[in-house]
Design a protein around this ligand. Structure first.
Ligand SMILES: *[C@@H]1O[C@H](CO)[C@@H](O)[C@H](O)[C@H]1NC(C)=O
Ligand SMILES: *[C@@H]1O[C@H](CO)[C@@H](O)[C@H](O)[C@H]1NC(C)=O
Ligand SMILES: *[C@@H]1O[C@H](CO)[C@@H](O)[C@H](O)[C@H]1NC(C)=O
Ligand SMILES: *[C@@H]1O[C@H](CO)[C@@H](O)[C@H](O)[C@H]1NC(C)=O
Ligand SMILES: *[C@@H]1O[C@H](CO)[C@@H](O)[C@H](O)[C@H]1NC(C)=O
Length: 584
């Protein structure tokens, strides 16, 4: 196969076309002559048609198993020196179904050893699926999993599982007691809308508590349960919190968030995943233990105005406290933006985002998120640029970053002439995604649009624009952050929205805004304003298969923006699916 020995960065489809060429020339030289119609037949009609199966769309440092479907991250925990990640997994294919718990372990949250599935569909209380749940460490030697089983009557019930061998550092095998299920959907609970138990916490009365996602009389709710022993659970009279502004809450997450510094500023976070939008939202507030109620700082009765964990392709996130580094770490699931038939052809679907540290902003008004520091161990070949003026209409190529498909980029934009910012229409706050669609990178503006063009083809026909635009509102400024996928790929049949949201940045004081972007083949994870806003996007540029991809900065505002500093690194491949035998 020597003639096919192409650089590994090429797609299967390109290889295929070479196979055809090779065949053609072999035939030609063997027969001495080939008829014209045969020649047409032998050339592939469209050489790129199969490119969605290209290895170029698989990620190099974002978590994904070797094949098949994954969705929610489950039961993350740190136990005796090892990080555990479980995940919703279909061992039988790349569409949702037959769900069990995959299991991987790590010492740095970036490189992973792949283990046998932890929970399989083996009992009457989970034989239609081992769905999402959480891990809780009850005592130094006592990690347990609570998860939702879809039982033999397709009811959603809550089950427990224990590690078989506590001296096995990887907690490879898990066992389920015969007394499962622990909690059944009785009374006013709808057995189709009752799932995803949280990690447990202990109250002053020494009782364990958990919350379970539900829809209760048309309201999204986190139902509270209490227990002495983590096995016998009693439902509290009232939910931890509920809201008539939305339907079903999936994957609730409940935890204290601490601000940097002396840590005196603490708020509780209630996060919920809304089935109706496929997005993750959160509320900040107080936990009133006497009443066992979460009380949000602001009650907002329109979920379009709820705070978001990520404005993009990001769902079912779950966090855990990492006692080793005293931080809270959050992961989310990012599903594909291609079609189901593409996923069947690829043989895989779904990735997890890079774990993020999540903490409370000093204002106490929002959460901040940043990729865990361990991801920086993959950086190499640093590029460092400074003081680049981007005038109106500028497109500046970062030539020093050769091959921009596996990269980490940090840029800081300095702003001038803020008075040129256009006025904000408050109605836009309800639908920033629509505003990003209308105010694209090519729509001229006052301060912005400016930002980066990622995974761009050499002719710039394909690119994903991640950018900011500043608006004036009363006495302050609002920053719109967008990630526009509409030109990300020339392939037909992809979902290519322009995601976006507003960031609360004190521009009057700071006069600059930063953008960090993790680029990994089919995923672009962007962090604006030091983690005030995050946008995860899934993209499938043809350029990944047919050539190289490039990084540019641009400005289409009427006022100059300066890149005060831009650092970019190529990223090494992480070890995502190591076999256990390699290490032991
Ligand atoms: C995978 O499919 C096979 C054949 O249909 C079935 O026997 C098996 O139970 C499936 N695996 C799971 C985890 O559902
Ligand atoms: C438990 O795990 C330890 C460490 O891996 C191993 O040496 C031991 O044989 C295991 N015990 C059983 C009963 O499997
Ligand atoms: C229970 O939930 C299912 C799924 O959302 C819904 O179709 C059904 O109408 C609900 N049942 C009741 C009694 O509300
Ligand atoms: C900037 O605007 C011009 C005019 O609309 C457009 O041709 C160009 O593509 C825009 N730049 C980017 C990066 O979109
Ligand atoms: C791990 O083991 C599986 C199954 O035995 C094998 O197919 C795969 O190639 C191995 N992976 C690595 C990275 O060695």
């Amino acid at each position: 196969m020597a003639p096919l020995d192409l650089p590994s960065s090429r797609c299967a489809a390109v290889v295929v076309s070479f196979v055809f060429l090779f065949l053609y020339f072999s035939l030609f030289f063997e027969n001495g002559e080939v008829e014209a119609n045969q020649r047409v037949f032998l050339y592939p009609q469209s050489p790129k048609v199969n490119s969605i199966v290209s290895k170029q769309y698989r990620t190099a440092y974002h978590f994904q198993p070797p094949k098949n479907w994954i969705n929610d991250p489950n039961g993350p925990m740190y136990y005796k020196g090892i990080y555990h990640l479980f995940y919703q997994y279909n061992p039988n294919g790349s569409l949702w179904g037959d769900i069990i718990w995959g299991h991987s372990v790590s010492t740095d949250l970036i490189n992973w050893i792949r283990l046998e599935p932890a929970l399989d569909r083996t009992t009457p209380s989970d034989n239609n699926g081992c769905w999402s749940g959480s891990a809780t460490i009850l005592a130094p030697d006592s990690p347990v999993i609570l998860y939702t089983g879809s039982d033999s009557s397709n009811r959603q019930v809550q089950n427990i599982a224990f590690p078989v061998n506590l001296t096995d550092p990887y907690l490879t095998k898990w066992t389920k007691p015969a007394y499962n299920p622990l909690i059944e959907p009785v009374g006013d609970l709808n057995s189709s809308e009752f799932r995803d138990p949280t990690t447990g916490w202990v109250g002053k009365d020494n009782l364990w508590r958990i919350a379970i996602g539900a829809e209760l009389q048309g309201k999204g709710a986190a139902i509270l349960y209490k227990s002495k022993d983590f096995v016998h659970w009693v439902r509290a009279k009232d939910p931890l919190h509920s809201s008539s502004a939305s339907g079903m809450w999936e994957c609730p997450d409940f935890y204290p968030a601490v601000a940097e510094g002396d840590g005196s500023e603490t708020k509780y976070v209630l996060k919920m995943s809304l089935t109706e939008t496929g997005m993750d939202y959160y509320m900040l507030g107080k936990y009133e233990e006497d009443r066992d109620a979460f009380v949000p700082d602001n009650v907002v009765d329109d979920y379009r105005l709820w705070a978001r964990i990520d404005f993009g392709k990001f769902y079912a996130s779950k966090s855990f406290f990492d006692p080793q580094k005293h931080r809270r770490v959050l992961y989310g699931w990012s599903s594909e933006s291609d079609s189901a038939s593409d996923d069947v052809a690829k043989g895989w679907a779904g990735i997890h985002t890079i774990p993020r540290t999540i903490w409370l902003d000093n204002s106490g008004k929002q959460l901040l998120q940043w990729p865990i520091e361990e991801v920086e161990s993959l950086r190499k070949d640093e590029v460092h640029l400074q003081d680049i003026d981007l005038n109106t209409g500028a497109v500046f190529e970062v030539k020093e970053l050769k091959e921009a498909s596996q990269a980490d980029v940090e840029a800081e934009f300095e702003l001038y002439n803020l008075e040129r910012a256009e006025p904000l229409d408050p109605n836009w706050l309800l639908d920033p995604q629509k505003l990003c669609e209308e105010q694209s990178a090519s729509a001229p503006g006052g301060v912005g649009p400016f930002g980066l063009l990622l995974l761009a083809s050499d002719d710039l026909v394909e690119h994903t624009a991640v950018y900011f635009k500043v608006y004036r509102s009363q006495n302050s400024y609002m920053v719109l952050m967008c990630s526009d996928q509409r030109r990300s790929s020339s392939r037909p049949g992809l979902y290519k929205p322009a995601y976006g949201g507003f960031l609360d940045v004190d521009l009057q004081k700071e006069r600059k805004i930063s953008l960090r972007t993790l680029i990994d083949h089919s995923v672009i994870e962007s962090f604006g304003g030091g983690g005030r806003g995050c946008i995860t996007a899934r993209v499938y540029p043809e350029a990944l298969c047919t050539g190289s991809t490039y990084l540019h900065a641009f400005n289409n505002g009427s006022t100059t923006v300066k890149i005060s500093t831009l650092k970019a690194w190529k990223m090494r491949r992480a070890k995502i699916n190591e076999n256990i035998s390699i290490r032991s």
